[in-house]
Design a binder for this molecule. Structure first.
Ligand SMILES: NC(=O)c1ccc[n+]([C@@H]2O[C@H](COP(=O)([O-])OP(=O)(O)OC[C@H]3O[C@@H](n4cnc5c(N)ncnc54)[C@H](OP(=O)(O)O)[C@@H]3O)[C@@H](O)[C@H]2O)c1
Length: 430
């Protein structure tokens, strides 16, 4: 057997501890698959006294993770601290500077800085791996980059944030409102104290930008991702979606059109019988559509210590076995800029929910606003009658361009009989 691969782990939180435990418990199986042992020789975190679930007495402890990244004994640095800037970035830069391979689970950093890091790694003939950064335990980077390499991808989409999916699933199952379910998720530890990254679509946008880069061979372009979260989805919308045969999911979608690449994260209505609609709770899923392969669906746990450690371990085994593929599937200098399609030019069918005063002429005014913008209505639901009171009115439209839909919504919102800003959810056809 070859000499062991010596690794340093920066960050021993949820993922870092999981990695230490996996490498400890699965040492033999990992060594057989890697052709050599993978040995942790150095670690760094903030609190040295905290129990990480493994014996670290013979492992060098660094107060300074950046200094550890320069340790001459180390072959690979695993960055599991997190954050788009600061110490995580310094750890990776220092490791590459000192000619060490790097593995990270840091989607924020890869989404902001992935192309630059890939270039740096390639210039020095080093490996940069980030399987754990997208969809946790689901080996989606490897699947897109290697398993589907013979295809031109047309669309890649998925449920990329388990917290949002858990909230939407629980709202539907219990018939509760968003705020109530979020508070309960926070109590149970499924949502962070500051949930905005998950709930406002930012985390999914990071992952989508990385996926789009791997899937479409373009530099990572986080700024090109349209991002909208789930705060405005109400129990009422979920009920209407059910009535219309849909489920509401927060999806990240990258799609190649004649105009360029769409990258968007927003709540979607998807037909109940589609595979993605059945992905519930904290589970993630990624669907890739390729010209030769057709549709491939990958589903599993998108977060948590053990699934994420599984992805980090796979990256380490590849490095130990000297299997190398450029980080984004082709050399970073060959990544091709594809124009981003602005959201205003996106075409979709739409679900609209209004709260209106139940009085004669209201529907005619709404229909006129839609007609003026050439938005064609497909169906309408008006539940119950309550003359003079507020009632919900729901409409679905035929495919229309987003800019026209937005103009129509502005006109509708300005009507006296419309009591709240209209709620709009895009209907995605899979
Ligand atoms: N959690 C998941 O399920 C998951 C899934 C996929 C990807 N990720 C990504 O994995 C990364 C780590 O996430 P996590 O959930 O494991 O985070 P976490 O539980 O908050 O752990 C962060 C770790 O970094 C250490 N740390 C913080 N500042 C440090 C510094 N200046 N120097 C050295 N160590 C420092 C902390 O030390 P102390 O323990 O001493 O405080 C802690 O061990 C993030 O990029 C995240 O996005 C997480």
């Amino acid at each position: 057997m070859k000499p062991p691969l010596k690794i340093a782990v920066a960050g021993l939180g949820t993922v870092g501890s999981g990695v230490l435990q996996l490498l400890d418990r699965q040492a033999d199986v990992v060594a057989r698959r890697a052709g050599r042992r993978i040995v942790v020789v150095a670690v760094s975190a903030r609190d040295r006294r905290r129990d990480r679930g493994v014996d670290l007495s013979s492992v060098r402890w660094y107060e300074d993770a950046v200094a550890m990244a320069a340790d001459p004994e180390v072959d690979v640095v695993v960055e599991l601290i997190g954050g788009a800037q600061g110490v995580a970035c310094a750890v990776l830069d220092t490791a590459l500077e000192h000619r060490k391979h790097v593995v990270t689970a840091n989607k924020a950093l890869m989404a902001h800085d992935g192309t630059r890091l890939a270039m740096r790694a390639e210039e020095r003939n080093l490996i940069l791996s980030f399987e754990a950064a997208v969809a946790g335990g689901i080996p989606v980077i490897k699947a897109l980059r290697e398993g589907l390499a013979g295809n031109r991808l047309e669309r890649v989409y998925g449920i990329l944030n388990g917290t949002s999916n858990y909230v939407l699933t629980t709202m539907r199952e219990l018939g509760h409102e968003f705020a109530e379910v979020l508070a309960e998720a926070q109590r149970l530890g499924y949502a962070e104290a500051d949930p905005s990254f998950d709930i406002d679509g930012v985390d999914a946008a990071h992952k989508l930008a990385i996926l789009a880069s791997v899937g479409f061979g373009r530099p990572v372009d986080l700024d090109g991702v349209y991002t909208e979260g789930i705060r405005h989805v109400s129990r009422l919308d979920i009920e209407f979606a059910e009535e219309l045969g849909y489920r509401i999911k927060l999806l990240g979608i990258a799609r190649l059109t004649e105009e360029g690449l769409e990258q968007r994260v927003h709540p979607c209505m998807v037909r109940r019988e589609t595979p993605i609609a059945a992905v519930e709770g904290v589970y993630n899923a990624v669907v890739a559509e390729g010209d030769f392969v057709g549709r491939v669906v990958l589903q599993g746990r998108g977060a948590g210590a053990a699934p994420t450690a599984s992805a980090v371990a796979a990256d380490l085994i590849d490095i130990a076995a000297e299997r190398r593929v450029p980080p984004f599937g082709l050399p970073a200098s060959d990544l091709r800029r594809i124009p981003s399609v602005a959201m205003e030019r996106h075409h979709s069918a739409y679900y609209i929910r209004l709260m209106v005063v139940d009085q004669p002429g209201v529907i005619a005014d709404i229909a006129a606003a839609l007609r003026d913008e050439q938005v064609s209505m497909e169906a309408m639901i008006q539940r119950g009658r309550a003359p003079g009171e507020a009632v919900p009115v729901v409409m679905t439209t035929h495919i229309t361009v987003e800019a026209a839909m937005q103009r129509a919504l502005e006109k509708i919102e300005a009507l006296d009989s419309v009591l709240e800003p209209p709620r709009m959810i895009r209907i995605e056809d899979f």
